[in-house]
Design a protein. Structure first.
Length: 257
C-alpha cells in the first residue's frame, strides 16, 4: 500500500475502562484520512479526552486498536508515534515552561537530537507558520493568551507531526485571536482533529465532524449536515449559539491588501 493512502488515524473497536471501573469508550471506530480536518464533538463526559489520550499512547490497556500513519500505537512505536501526533492542550501554560518562546519551540526538536543552525531553522519555520517569529525572544508569560496559544501550536509544529490534535482551540480567545488562529489552522498542511464545544468554529474549519456520545460514535458526516439536524443535536446535548444558522454559509471577507 502506498504511504499516501495510509490514513493518518485508524481506530478500530476501541473500548476503555478506567481503573475505578468507569467505562469511557464502548467500541469506537474512526478513520481520518491524511490531510482531513475533522471536528470531534460531544457533551462533557462523552469520552473525547479518553479517545485523544489513546492516540499517542498516554492511555493504553483497553480493547481494540489505534494506528497512526500505519504504525500501531504500542510500546515499541511510542517514540515515533509521539512525533507524529502533536497534541495542543486547552491551556497553553501546560505546554510553555521555558524562559523564552524560542526555547519552548526548540525543546522538542532539541530533545530529538537537532542542534545548531538546523534547530534554529526548525524553530523559525514553526514560529513563522503561526505568525509569531518576531516574538522568539519574549518570555511566554509576557504574551497575550491568544499569542501563547499560537506558540503552543508552534511547539507541536516544530516536531513536523502527521496529525495535529487540538483540545478546545478557540476557548478563551477574543474574536480577533479566534479568527487569526482559524486562518493559521486553515493554512497548515497537516491532518487536524479538533476537539471542541465551539460548533461555529467546527463548521468554519472542519468539513467533517464526528459526534462522540456516551462512549460511542453517534454520528459522522459533513459538519453542516450534523449541525442542522436538530433532533441529533438535542439528543446529544449539543447547542448552537442563539440565532446561529448552520445552513447559511458565511461569506469570507477578502483580506485587506
Amino acid at each position: 500500500m502506498s504511504l499516501s493512502f495510509v490514513p493518518s488515524l485508524d481506530v478500530r473497536g476501541l473500548a476503555y475502562a478506567y481503573p475505578d471501573g468507569h467505562q469511557a469508550l464502548f467500541g469506537v471506530d474512526l478513520t481520518v484520512e491524511r490531510g482531513e480536518r475533522v471536528a470531534l464533538l460531544g457533551p462533557n463526559g462523552a469520552g473525547k479526552t479518553t479517545l485523544v489520550l489513546h492516540l499517542n499512547g498516554i492511555l493504553s490497556g483497553g480493547v481494540g486498536t489505534v494506528t497512526v500513519a500505519g504504525l500501531p500505537v504500542e510500546k515499541a512505536n511510542l517514540a515515533r508515534i509521539r512525533r507524529k501526533v502533536g497534541i495542543v492542550f486547552q491551556d497553553p501554560d501546560d505546554q510553555l515552561f521555558m524562559p523564552t518562546v524560542r526555547e519552548d519551540v526548540a525543546f522538542g526538536p532539541a530533545a530529538a537530537g537537532l542542534r545548531g543552525p538546523e534547530l534554529e531553522a526548525v524553530v523559525v519555520k514553526a514560529l513563522t507558520r503561526v505568525g509569531m517569529a518576531e516574538y522568539a525572544d519574549r518570555p511566554p508569560h509576557h504574551l497575550s493568551f491568544g499569542q501563547r496559544r499560537r506558540v503552543a501550536v508552534a511547539t507541536v509544529l516544530a516536531m513536523e507531526p502527521e496529525i495535529l490534535v487540538l483540545d478546545e482551540p478557540s476557548s478563551n480567545l477574543d474574536p480577533a485571536s479566534r479568527r487569526e488562529l482559524a486562518d493559521i489552522l486553515r493554512s497548515l498542511d497537516v491532518t487536524v482533529l479538533m476537539v471542541t464545544h465551539d460548533l461555529p468554529y467546527a463548521l468554519e474549519l472542519c468539513p467533517r465532524s464526528v459526534v462522540l456520545s456516551e462512549g460511542v460514535i453517534a454520528a459522522d458526516g459533513p459538519t453542516g449536515d450534523l449541525l442542522a439536524d436538530e433532533e441529533l443535536m438535542r439528543r446529544h446535548r449539543l447547542e448552537l449559539p442563539f440565532g446561529f444558522d448552520p445552513t447559511a454559509r458565511p461569506t469570507r471577507k477578502p483580506a485587506p491588501h
